[in-house]
Design a protein around this ligand. Structure first.
Ligand SMILES: *Cc1c(COP(=O)(O)O)cnc(C)c1O
Length: 446
């Protein structure tokens, strides 16, 4: 029996209708290098989605590989309560130097969703312990994505993932978020003053007294289709949170580590959140690890004699895994020593122009949006009315299947095609993936 058939016999894949695999069997990857994945038949795929946005510096990066191998022979894992190790300490010390100001206390979890869960609990407990026990609810944006576990899914607002589970979810205050392509105020993302923040302002005025935290993905709502909004919105959000004593939780799980052109998306707004969630690029996409980074103020509200019952009694078995920390430290060294972000930013303009020149004239391309090396192309049925295709047509999925045959992993978000490649992608590789995208678009939509 071949491997793909054995896979289907045993494995239930994430975010998949398994029946689709009858027609499109799993691609068994044998090895990888740089932006390329190689399957067991020797076919090559350009990983322009960074394997779900986590691969930051290319696959099998020599320096990260060596760092993990070296760590493996020294210490693979140790309980993180009462025990610690050099790689974790080094990582937090180094991150303190590059994170938005005031973020100095690091809580480890083991994936993005678990970081979001920890941040929500922390915020709730903070208010409980500082005289505001009536603050028990959370605010979040429409089209938000914060993960799949029940708390994280509650604050997420993408119905495709959460609708089914509504009876299980927390009662969230949902705020109509920015929608720059279909702006209700007729403004442009480059020049507006985040007029759409009005909806949030109204929600704060009505609910802030019962709210512990507002969680948001800064600048890019990735899972919603790489929806982008301006820094001005974040600045207003920071001000409102301060005014109403609501924590701001910045979920930079997807945007962190240079994806938006700055080290963190919050940097572009010049704001610091009360809690910052990191994962994905944190380890270069090597290991599942995540962090909630918070302030001294928040930390102090939990600091007391044990008998006061104020500790944050939250834990994950693999907290602070040394192999993951070693990978993360290597990522920071490479980013700095090899000037990764500077080089990516030099190429970003080229990439954006290329996407624009190649794709913007197609009658079904409604919007092209970009920040850093992220370029997203929203396909629409009707360009002037900005009307989407019916989801049942699965336009994005058809293009995805064609692109795979041509060696590009262009897994879309609905009908939004996007590139969110490793930061080390070069211009020749950009030429190749954009031309394949164009060919497939024409084959499916004419
Ligand atoms: C991926 C993602 C998560 C969830 O991370 P997992 O590791 O998949 O649990 C949360 N928030 C954002 C913004 C993400 O992109």
């Amino acid at each position: 029996m071949n491997l793909a058939r054995k896979d289907i016999e045993h494995i239930w894949h994430p975010c998949s209708q398994m029946k689709d695999y009858e027609e499109l069997p799993p691609i068994i990857i044998d090895h990888a290098q740089g932006i390329y994945l190689y399957d067991i038949y020797g076919n090559r795929y350009a990983d322009v989605v960074s394997s779900w946005w986590c691969n930051l510096l290319g696959h099998c990066n020599r320096r990260i590989n060596n760092a993990v191998k070296k760590q493996l022979d020294q210490l693979e894992h140790v309980i993180f309560a009462n025990f610690s190790h050099r790689p974790a300490i080094e990582l937090c010390e180094r991150l303190t130097g590059i994170l938005p100001a005031g973020l100095t206390k690091f809580f480890f979890t083991d994936n993005g969703s678990s970081a979001v869960e920890a941040a929500l609990k922390m915020s709730f407990q903070y208010h409980h312990q500082t005289g505001s026990p009536q603050k028990t609810r959370f605010m979040a944006l429409s089209d938000a994505y914060h993960g799949e576990t029940v708390g994280a899914l509650s604050v997420s607002g993408v119905d495709l993932y959460s609708q089914m589970y509504k009876p299980l979810l927390l009662d969230i205050i949902r705020v109509d978020g920015p929608d720059c392509y279909r702006c209700r105020y007729g403004k442009h993302r480059e020049s507006c003053n985040a007029e759409c923040f009005l909806a949030a302002e109204q929600a704060f005025a009505e609910h802030a007294h019962e709210v512990c935290a507002f969680i948001a993905e800064p600048l890019v709502q990735a899972a919603a289709g790489m929806k982008m909004y301006p820094p001005a919105y974040l600045r207003k959000l920071r001000q409102a949170c301060d005014h109403y004593q609501v924590h701001l939780i910045a979920d930079e799980i997807a945007t962190g580590f240079g994806r938006t052109g700055s080290m963190f998306a919050c940097d572009q707004a010049g704001i610091s959140p009360d809690m910052l969630c990191l994962s994905k690029g944190l380890t270069g996409g090597y290991m599942p690890m995540a962090l909630v980074v918070t302030t001294q103020t928040l930390y102090d509200a939990f600091y007391d004699d044990y008998s006061a019952g104020k500790a944050f009694l939250h834990s994950h078995t693999y907290s602070g895994n040394p192999l993951a920390c070693a990978a993360a430290n290597a990522v920071l060294s490479i980013m700095q020593e090899e000037k990764i972000l500077e080089k990516a930013n030099e190429n970003a303009g080229y990439f954006h122009r290329l996407v624009h020149e190649t794709l913007s004239s197609h009658p079904h391309v409604g919007d092209i949006r970009s920040t850093g090396l992220i370029n997203a192309i929203e396909l629409v049925a009707d360009r002037s009315g900005k009307k989407s295709f019916s989801a049942k047509q699965r336009i994005g999925y058809q293009i995805y299947k064609k692109a795979l045959k041509k060696g590009v992993l262009l897994r879309p978000l609905g009908d939004v095609l996007y590139f969110n490649p490793p930061l080390v992608i070069n211009r020749g590789e950009m030429d190749f993936v954009v031309s394949v995208c164009h060919e497939c678009l024409q084959e499916v939509l004419g």
